[in-house]
Design a binder for this molecule. Structure first.
Ligand SMILES: NC(=O)c1ccc[n+]([C@@H]2O[C@H](COP(=O)([O-])OP(=O)(O)OC[C@H]3O[C@@H](n4cnc5c(N)ncnc54)[C@H](O)[C@@H]3O)[C@@H](O)[C@H]2O)c1
Length: 437
């Protein structure tokens, strides 16, 4: 099939590459000329495990190409995916200007039947808005609008896309349903469902899924904070809970709050939808409040030990990405930690396996970025850990003790065993567990 993907970010590039991998002809459009030039040169502009191999194969074999020209993509494609940003607007609701702007342009460009697919995360009613925008310029028989939310996770995006738990397709048009089913069949050969529904339900499914996962995280963070007070170990509690098949093991890890480009904005956008309908969605409000507090948890612990004024103190920071295996720092707990530490007068020596360039772009030389995790410790008063990259899991505690001024670790991801830290002679504070030392 001939596909176009409009917006070639984390979602768009993975979507385009994976559709090319199943034999489709894919053209990816982006307004960022530099990005398009890099991709045309064979460069993958984001870090996403497994993407480079597929990108290379499909560009070499001519199934995956890039352009800044929307008209060229419309000419080429029968199905056009919108993988555009939907950032929070000033009031927290999703900003639809990218989506509706492109819908308006498409209305002026389309000459034969096309399926327009909302891949972006968009509030209930957006498919209808896209339809109305296009219908202002275009005969309605020339297009259908489908809601097809994306559930991939950064860091395992390629795997998630190639083997989705489910594919959600929202449209009442039989013609569009048929095209979408044909496109997705190769991805669900193991029997995972393609769920056909109306547009509004598809749009709501995405927000409900992300908000529920965020709720689990905030819930566990509250349990962890209480564990610290009552002397329970949240790691044990988590295992005890997660073994219950009604609950399940995943998304029960406490930490320094959820971050990334999706959960914070999606929870907020759903809360705004509720507000629009005058519905008091109390759980969502609490989920956000808990997260606002939790992402400052490491700094609170640091200040409790070192005082509110951190002038003259240096902290090593391991992990900058909002989670492992990505270079994405949008809404990363590490960013909140950095801001608060800098505000309190501290210096920071930071390391991340992939996200340092993105941090440099924001902070310049206000944060010292170093080439490896141990270098960050040199002369630091303590270490703070904000992301659970594998490379931090079994470090040399000997080297750490040698390089840190004092063996003090604030661990926002519960990476280490309490007994071991005690034996090694660390002062160790984690989330929802006893303080060591
Ligand atoms: N990142 C994720 O893990 C994830 C997962 C599921 C859903 N989503 C949703 O998918 C959507 C896209 O997210 P993302 O993380 O890929 O965003 P992104 O910011 O990484 O990428 C968006 C791309 O769109 C391009 N763009 C902006 N305006 C354009 C225009 N008019 N024409 C062509 N290109 C344009 C930008 O240059 C950028 O490359 C969002 O709605 C997001 O909520 C994201």
């Amino acid at each position: 099939m001939n596909i176009a993907v409009i917006g070639t970010g984390y979602v768009g590039l993975v979507t385009g590459t994976c559709f090319a991998e199943t034999g489709n002809e894919v053209i990816c459009v982006d307004i960022d000329e530099q990005k398009v030039a890099r991709m045309r040169n064979g460069e993958v502009p984001i870090y996403e495990p497994g993407l480079e191999v597929l990108f290379e194969r499909n560009t070499r074999q001519g199934r995956l190409s890039f352009t800044t020209d929307l008209a060229e993509a419309v000419e080429h494609a029968d199905i056009l995916f919108l993988a555009l940003p939907t950032p929070p607007g000033e009031d927290g609701s999703a900003d639809l200007s990218y989506i509706l702007g492109v819908a308006d342009q498409l209305g002026g460009l389309i000459r034969s039947y096309k399926v327009i697919v909302d891949k972006s995360t968009v509030p209930v009613g957006t498919a209808e808005k896209v339809h109305a925008m296009m219908a202002a310029k275009l005969d309605e028989s020339l297009f259908d609008v489908v809601s097809n939310p994306e559930f991939l996770r950064e860091g395992v995006a390629v795997d998630d896309f190639l083997k989705p738990d489910r594919v959600v397709i929202g449209t009442n048009s039989e013609r569009a349903q048929k095209a979408m089913r044909q496109l997705y069949e190769p991805f669900v050969r193991q029997g995972n469902p393609i769920l056909m529904m109306d547009e509004r339900s598809a749009e709501m499914t995405k927000y409900a899924a992300n908000s529920y996962l965020a709720t689990r995280i905030s819930f566990m963070n509250e349990i962890a904070n209480l564990c610290e007070m009552v002397g329970a170990d949240v790691d044990m509690v988590r295992r005890g809970m997660g073994s219950d098949s009604r609950i399940g093991k995943r998304f029960l890890f406490p930490g320094v709050g959820y971050g990334g480009s999706c959960f914070p904005k999606d929870v907020q956008a759903l809360a705004m939808t509720a507000e629009e309908y005058a519905y008091d969605f109390r759980i969502l409000k609490s989920v956000m409040n808990v997260n606002d507090r939790q992402r400052l948890r490491l700094v609170d612990k640091i200040k409790a030990r070192f005082g509110d004024d951190l002038t003259g103190k240096t902290f090593a920071l391991w992990g900058l990405a909002f989670k492992p295996n990505t270079d994405d720092i949008r809404e990363a707990p590490a960013v909140y930690t950095i801001n608060e530490l800098l505000k309190a007068g501290a210096s920071i020596r930071a390391f991340d396996p992939e996200a340092m360039e993105n941090i440099r772009a924001i902070y310049g030389d206000r944060v010292t970025l170093v080439a490896d995790q141990y270098e960050a410790l040199i002369g630091a008063d303590a270490l703070a850990i904000a992301t659970e990259w594998s490379v931090f899991r079994t470090p040399s505690f000997e080297v750490m003790k040698e390089l840190l001024k004092e063996p003090i670790v604030f661990d926002g991801r519960n990476l280490y065993d309490l007994e071991q830290m005690e034996e090694e002679g660390f002062q160790y504070e984690s989330i929802g567990r006893t303080v060591v030392g």
